[in-house]
Structure formats: structure tokens, C-alpha cells
Design a protein around this ligand. Structure first.
Ligand SMILES: O=C(O)[C@H](O)COP(=O)(O)O
Length: 225
């Protein structure tokens, strides 16, 4: 039975300051590092076969910090797709490939692009435009923030990636870890759990808390821990 664990990165420096982040590449705060360590302890018994992250450092840091405590004897290793750059595994000894957990980074898992809101304080933006407008920008399915993506747009890139690149690993019986973002994960959870537009309005994904699914009988089922 394959396992899928989704994790939103730990608190970032801008989460702490309540600033819209989107595609700005902000690292974890010290609290976010602690959250990643705690999440790592929680998932330490699951031996992952493959890891996916966005291209953003907060998601990559979270996956790597969490995996540092993994009981698996394998080493998480970023797979470079530049072609020209050989992996450290194959340069030294091709056999070493067997002792790594491949970590694939892909822009399709990036946070929702927040357009003109990126870099603005969330509370101040709510004062300027009103709570309801900002709530729509932050949580609705199809109301995009100025020059940014709505959740539907984000789903347009995350779901094909999930279906084409992640799902085949689960079908093959592999345990998969996905480290991504509040909204890129909201779109994936919406898809897996078949949520409606109304239900997704209330869906919040906290930082650094793993979400568990099991792939059985051709379906992903949520595991409540
Ligand atoms: O991009 C951001 O600012 C956050 O990671 C998610 O923001 P949200 O809670 O406003 O969706």
C-alpha cells in the first residue's frame, strides 16, 4: 500500500510578518525550521521512495530538514535535470544511485502567483480593499488577485503535474512526499478529495503539518492521524 504525504513548508520569514509571498523566494523563519523538524519526527518511520518539491527554497528546506530524521538509510538527493551536470552518485560509483531518495523540484508545485499583492502586508491590504475582497483573493476558487493567479489557475498547472508525474509513483506502490505551499496544496487536496468551490473556501493548510493519504484499490484515501 503506497503512502502519499503532503506538507506545506514551515513558517517563512514573510509568513511571520504576515506578508503576501507567492513566488517571492523567502526562506524559513527559525520557527519554520522547528516546524520542519517536528514534521520530520512525525514522518520519520515512513520510508519515502521519491520526493517532490516546488522550486522555492522554503519548500526545499522543509523537505530536506524533515528527511534528515528519516529512519530510511537512503540519502535524499536533488535530481538535476540540466543534463550537463552529473549527479554526485554516478560520478563516484553508479551503484550509489540505489542508496538515494530522488528529490525532484518543479515549478508546477510553486505557490500561487500573488501578482501585485506580493510583498504587501495582508492586514494593511485588508484595510485598503476591505476584508471581504481580500478574503476572496485569498481563498476563492476563481477570483484572481490583481495580475495574479486564482486557485483555478494554480490547479491548471498543479493537477496535470500531479496526475502525470506524481500519481504513477503511487500506482507503482511507492511512498511519496510532496513539499509545497498553502495554495498549491489546496488545489491538490481539492482534486484528491473532490471538494466543491464552496468547500475549498474554508480549506486552510497549516504550515509544517503533514497530511496523509493511502493509495489503495485505485483510490487515494485520507488517513486521519
Ligand atoms: O503566498 C503567501 O503569502 C502564503 O504562502 C499563502 O498565503 P494565503 O494564506 O494568503 O493564501
Amino acid at each position: 500500500m503506497a503512502k502519499l504525504v503532503l506538507i506545506r513548508h514551515g513558517e517563512s520569514v514573510w509568513n511571520q510578518k504576515n506578508v503576501f509571498t507567492g513566488w517571492v523566494d523567502v526562506p524559513l523563519s527559525s520557527n519554520g525550521i522547528k516546524e520542519a523538524l517536528n514534521a520530520g519526527e512525525e514522518i520519520s518511520a515512513t520510508e519515502f521512495d521519491v520526493v517532490f518539491t516546488s522550486l522555492q527554497i522554503r519548500a526545499i528546506e522543509t523537505a530536506m530538514i524533515a528527511l534528515a530524521q528519516n529512519k530510511s538509510s537512503k540519502t535524499p538527493t536533488v535530481i538535476h535535470d540540466e543534463g550537463k551536470m552529473k549527479d554526485w552518485t554516478t560520478i563516484y560509483n553508479p551503484e550509489m544511485e540505489k542508496s538515494v531518495i530522488p528529490v525532484y523540484r518543479d515549478w508546477h508545485l510553486n505557490e500561487r502567483y500573488y501578482g501585485e499583492l506580493q510583498g504587501k502586508n495582508k492586514a494593511e491590504t485588508a484595510k485598503e480593499y476591505g476584508d471581504e475582497q481580500v478574503h476572496q483573493w485569498r481563498r476563492s476558487y476563481d477570483c484572481p488577485p490583481p495580475k495574479g493567479e486564482c486557485l483555478k489557475d494554480t490547479a491548471g498547472r498543479t493537477i496535470p503535474f500531479f496526475e502525470e508525474s506524481i500519481f504513477p509513483h503511487l500506482k507503482a506502490g511507492e511512498n511519496v512526499l510532496v513539499s509545497a505551499h498553502g495554495n498549491s496544496l489546496r488545489s491538490i487536496v481539492m482534486f484528491i478529495e473532490n471538494l466543491t468551490k464552496e468547500q475549498v473556501l474554508g480549506l486552510e493548510i497549516p504550515t509544517g503539518k503533514p497530511i496523509y493519504y493511502e493509495y489503495k484499490n485505485g483510490k487515494l484515501e485520507k488517513e486521519n492521524k
